[in-house]
Design a protein around this ligand. Structure first.
Ligand SMILES: NC(=O)c1ccc[n+]([C@@H]2O[C@H](COP(=O)([O-])OP(=O)(O)OC[C@H]3O[C@@H](n4cnc5c(N)ncnc54)[C@H](OP(=O)(O)O)[C@@H]3O)[C@@H](O)[C@H]2O)c1
Length: 300
């Protein structure tokens, strides 16, 4: 198995790198931040550059690519998320094996719950995107792009990703008091980074759920969209309180209403994860279950 991870220097990508089976041949990309030394093949690639992406696929010839590379903000966000995702999907579809035969790399594309307007939760896999924010718009357009370029991508929609080894940036800011206000009326389904990594690795390793792009017809089990999030819907404020309690620090943030945000934000992006719970062996744990283990470890 040859697995390529775009965005190996990012929070989700690095988590996949830490947990992927040692016997797999793995390559990962970075752009501005070199990868931690990990023994995997590292490629510096700007996914906005279609030729560079093509060269990467020609050189590494992955069986599967997990495409995590993206930007959450900034002038380059649209080009990175929309054009970059298209480039990855196109290169995956046109890849060749070492004998020159079409390889057609299978594609797992990371998407987000903020492609929704937040007014019609819970969202299942058939829900239609209606983004409110520029980031949500870029991720919704990225989904369209990969679907246009690749015969059968799996689009994985996920929610707030949190973890402790290392700690994700948002949790760090929450505990450090760098987030002075947390919304009591903005709901998400936070997912533990290790669970997300394990679920993505399970998908990557399974021929059951990812259709072979070389096959004439889609297999009946093939997925096109899969929600992978935590099972516990929490407001950002409730989540912050739970984190502070688990780490034994005072809550250094105030409750606020999302209406106080200067720009429109999706209120409730809860994802329905029934399908993932039915088909995946990986257990998607609640925040309470994860924090109970984390507190027990830090107290022990
Ligand atoms: N984290 C969350 O809570 C969350 C929630 C929902 C969905 N998602 C989705 O999950 C995926 C991963 O998120 P994350 O939290 O791991 O993000 P992250 O930590 O910000 O990492 C982003 C990655 O994208 C790479 N990247 C940025 N611009 C690039 C470019 N032009 N060319 C190549 N690579 C580039 C970065 O490389 P360098 O750092 O080396 O520049 C980095 O490896 C994204 O698709 C995101 O939309 C995340």
């Amino acid at each position: 198995m040859r697995l390529l991870i775009t965005g190996g220097s990012g929070y989700v990508g690095a988590g996949i790198l830490r947990r992927a089976p040692q016997e797999w041949k793995i390559a990962a990309t970075y752009f501005a931040h070199p990868l931690e030394p990990s023994g995997v093949a590292a490629f510096r690639v700007d996914i906005r550059d279609t030729d560079a992406v093509n060269r990467l696929f020609t050189e590494f010839r992955p069986d599967v690519v997990i495409h995590t590379a993206a930007l959450m903000a900034g002038d380059e966000m649209m080009a990175t998320n929309v054009d970059g995702s298209r480039h990855v999907a196109r290169a995956a579809m046109r890849s060749f094996d070492s004998a020159g035969a079409p390889l057609r790399t299978r594609l797992i594309h990371l998407s987000s719950d903020v492609i929704f307007d937040g007014e019609h939760a819970p969202y299942d896999e058939d829900a239609a995107p209606a983004p409110l924010t520029p980031y949500g718009e870029s991720k919704a357009r990225a989904e369209q792009g990969v679907t246009a370029e690749h015969a059968n991508p799996i689009i994985v929609r996920t929610s707030l990703v949190y973890g402790f080894a290392p700690m994700d940036p948002r949790t760090r800011q929450t505990l450090d008091g760098a987030m002075p206000r947390l919304f009591t009326d903005e709901y998400r389904c936070p997912i533990f980074a290790d669970d997300l990594a394990d679920a993505l690795i399970e998908l990557a390793g399974s021929r059951r759920f990812i259709a072979d792009p070389r096959a004439e017809a889609h297999t009946t089990n093939a997925l096109s969209v899969l929600n992978i999030a935590g099972p516990q819907r929490l407001s950002r404020y409730e989540f912050g309180v739970k984190l502070a309690r688990a780490f034994g620090v005072a809550s250094r943030f105030q409750p606020a209403l999302s209406a106080s945000s200067p720009t429109p934000r999706p209120r409730d992006c809860a994802l329905d994860i029934t399908r993932a719970q039915q088909i995946l062996k990986t257990r998607l744990q609640s925040v309470d279950a994860v924090l109970a283990q984390t507190s027990a470890r830090s107290n022990g």
